[in-house]
Design a protein around this ligand. Structure first.
Ligand SMILES: [Zn+2]
Ligand SMILES: [Zn+2]
Length: 67
């Protein structure tokens, strides 16, 4: 077994790709009216008050969501 110096480079490239994919995903989430901070898509927003998961929904009587 020989150590391949390529491994570190590939890993770094993969990390960069993942970072890019996450950034793209967040940008799309925000562009479509969602919240990238809590990864809530626009159609996943609270049905009662329209807030994302960042909010505490203190004044919201949202139905309990159980899966
Ligand atoms: Zn709510
Ligand atoms: Zn949020």
């Amino acid at each position: 077994m020989s150590t391949q110096p390529q491994t570190a480079t590939s890993r770094r490239a993969l990390d960069a790709l993942i970072d890019w994919l996450i950034a793209e995903d967040e940008a799309e989430t925000e562009a479509t009216g969602g919240c990238p901070a809590c990864d809530t898509q626009h159609d996943e927003m609270c049905v009662a008050c329209g807030s994302c998961r960042c909010d505490t929904h203190e004044r919201c009587v949202r139905p309990t969501q159980e899966a």
